[in-house]
Design a protein around this ligand. Sequence first.
Ligand code: TPP
Ligand code: MG
Length: 374
Amino acid sequence: MEDPRRGTRSPGVPDTDAHLLPSGVPVQLVDPDGNHRHDDRYPLPDGGILRAAYARLVTGRRINDQANALVRQGRLAVYPSSHGQEACQVAAAVVLESGDWLFPTYRDTVAVISRGVDPLQVLTLLRGDWHSGYDPYEHHTAPQATPLATQLLHAVGVAHAAKLRGEDTVVLAMCGDGATSEGDFHEALNFAAVFHVPVVFFVQNNEYAISVPLKNQSVAPSLAHKAIGYGMPGERVDGNDLAALLAVLGAAMERAREGAGPSLIEAHTYRMQAHTNADDATRYRSQEDVQKWVPRDPMTRMRAYLRGLNLLTDDDELRFAGDAEAVASHIRDGLNTEAEPDPQELFAHVYARRTPQLEEQANLLRDELSRQDG
Ligand SMILES: Cc1ncc(C[n+]2csc(CCOP(=O)(O)OP(=O)(O)O)c2C)c(N)n1
Ligand SMILES: [Mg+2]
């Protein structure tokens, strides 16, 4: 069929663009009551995989609650919680091979820990005493980005490099609904599509960008619809359905690994708590709206599914809770110590060779501190 913009399509390429459009409703494989919903396109992951991933949900929830408590105790400077979004967090970690790369945001602490980075190293950033507590190269995990959407461009660059080197690395780049309004988001998607690089963009649509609701952010039919504008497939998935997330993200990763290019996945979820401890969410949304999402909780649904099929025993649950508690106490023990940051480190890794201005500032600070000591 003749395409007015592109001329004749290549053999085998569908003569419509419908394959790039997301499903009409988000893909769901397990409903909020824990029942399997059949979907021809996405097989349900194996029970053993779901049970192991559920264990990570339990730990993820415990990490969120522990970190929130540590903020109130003054041990963490800030904590953007992913309470209620743990299925997205766990799925993002589970679908990665060890050589793949993850590009997380400030809200994706649980994903980074679930990837295998020591929680204390991860929380160092939010404690406020170091740029990033872990080595990105060791874990193939970029530092958690606070400047919105910047990490998406970095992710595309890493995917491009992997492609040029002939590696089979796939890059998973995370962002929020609000970040899709940033210029960097659009540049990253366009670059990824044009250069056909192995990257999966994973948007957690939790309906808010601090106080800005989604309806003031975008009037696109869905955020996944943005993909077709760049010529890549988009898909929507229930972001509180761990099984659907594993299936949809897994398929996108596989596509990318096979050389079929980038895609955009939008997970529909909800930010159950305030943006951070510095935010009062009652100023802009009602408690009733929040309560509507309680029955859709990702943990209760996966638990109901697994219990219904006898894939989760009382012993399993005790073990999972114990494992989660061990992670929480590791975090408490580590953060309940006094940090002794060296203020001179502020200047240490800014440039390979220190500028005269930085040198002057470093000397001023040294002088100031020595006079306080005296
Ligand atoms: C470039 C840039 N502009 C503004 C901000 C301030 N800011 C921090 S978080 C945030 C909201 C982001 O919302 P969303 O992308 O939906 O992610 P969520 O916090 O909901 O996970 C804003 C505007 C920032 N960090 N970076
Ligand atoms: Mg958001």
